[in-house]
Design a protein around this ligand. Structure first.
Ligand SMILES: Nc1ncnc2c1ncn2[C@@H]1O[C@H](COP(=O)(O)OP(=O)(O)OP(=O)(O)O)[C@@H](O)[C@H]1O
Ligand SMILES: [Mg+2]
Length: 355
């Protein structure tokens, strides 16, 4: 242990934790004790992620940081000490070369206001993006019609059949663009809210996924059958969940290891009740959480922060609209979609208020 380093950390307002290569706590300063309401002597030598509920993702990231000797920053890390409200934290992780410690964690609580502001910013940006894309799609559609029509007229005038190949290409490509523009422009039907059961949505999605991917993907259910009814638009919610589950199936089947004939990927549809949540600035006593969990390869790191933006795709042949649409539909229900991903475990969470 290095008393010099520790005395420097004792007085910091930021919570600091030092971990060894097995993620065991080697030191934590008084600010960290206060933040997690734990005492240093009780947690020394325990694994840090083990102090929190459901912290597998954090453990994965910390191990990766050690392996690759590379730090990272997480702007909304959620840590839930057992029996306590989850903490939302800004977290900076830095590899260190000390005899007894390999990682230094700096953790700062994000206050509720800042969190809501960030979420609002994301929503505003999402709306602005959608508006921009819609306008653009509209502008592209008009000349596209002219191009296609002219190619058709030209085709009739051409006497050499070999030249028609070119007009065919123009028409075919114009049709492909047209279909893309139509998808960009569709979801503007206002939702029709009726009393409904979220498990009917899950069951429909399960049937559709199994029909579309008859091999290689299992879809397990883990429902909280005591969940109360929801008011929502069943078609829109089915579409939202289907887009998310289809991505999961595609990721499982597209993974390199799946070239072997025996692929056994699993998607879990899980429902739970969530209490006391703030969604889009409104506090809700009761909400429902629908998780779509898959054990596929995870979201490619280079697009992880952008997957909800339109036209962002990490998949050959993908248009990058599935998640944008899913988010739009969920937002129309005053809900949010969140995602966390690492190889072997990707979770999409849809949280919808219950009235
Ligand atoms: N469960 C998942 N596992 C791994 N990657 C995922 C997962 N879900 C989404 N992705 C990544 O996010 C990208 C964006 O998804 P999105 O559904 O918006 O578009 P897409 O699937 O590429 O195209 P589209 O849905 O419009 O046909 C995907 O291309 C994929 O790279
Ligand atoms: Mg998709």
């Amino acid at each position: 242990m290095d008393p010099m380093i520790h005395s420097g950390l004792e007085w910091l307002a930021t919570a600091v934790v030092l971990l060894d290569r097995s993620l065991r706590v080697k030191y934590l300063n008084p600010a960290a004790e206060a933040l997690f309401a734990i005492s240093r002597k009780n947690v020394l030598d325990q694994t840090f992620p083990g102090l929190f509920v459901d912290s597998g993702t954090l453990a994965g990231l910390l191990h990766q940081a050690i392996r690759e000797e590379r730090g990272f920053a997480d702007q909304d890390l959620i840590l839930a000490p057992p029996g306590q409200e989850p903490l939302h934290l800004d977290c900076i992780v830095t590899p260190v070369e000390l005899e007894y410690a390999a990682l230094l964690l700096e953790l700062r609580p994000i206050d509720q206001r800042l969190r809501i502001e960030r979420e609002e910013q994301r929503m505003t940006q999402h709306r602005a993006n959608r508006e921009l894309i819609r306008n653009l799609a509209h502008e592209i559609k008009n000349p596209l019609g002219g191009l296609r029509g002219s190619a058709q007229l030209l085709e009739r005038e051409l006497d050499r059949p070999s030249l028609r190949e070119y007009t065919r290409v123009i028409i075919k490509e114009a049709d492909r663009l047209q279909a893309l523009m139509d998808r960009l422009l569709t979801p503007h039907r206002p939702p029709v809210h009726v009393p409904m059961n979220i498990h009917e949505v899950c069951e429909r999605v399960r049937t559709l996924i199994l029909a579309e991917f008859p091999q290689g993907v299992r879809v397990e259910r883990d429902y909280d059958v005591g969940l109360p009814e929801l008011r929502g638009d069943p078609e829109q919610l089915i579409q939202a969940v289907l887009n998310i589950a289809r991505n999961a199936a595609q990721a499982i089947l597209g993974a390199p290891s799946s070239t072997a004939r025996e692929v056994h990927g699993q998607i879990v549809l899980r429902t739970r009740v969530a209490r006391r949540v703030t969604l889009a600035r409104r506090f809700h006593k009761l909400a429902l959480e629908l998780q779509v969990v898959d054990d596929g390869p995870g979201i490619p790191a280079d697009i992880r922060d952008q997957i909800f933006y339109p036209l962002v795709s990490g998949r050959e042949g993908g248009t990058g609209l599935g998640l944008t649409l899913a988010q739009t539909f969920v937002q129309q229900h005053q809900g949010v979609v969140e995602c966390e991903s690492q190889p072997g475990r990707t979770i999409f969470r849809i949280v919808l208020p219950l009235h």
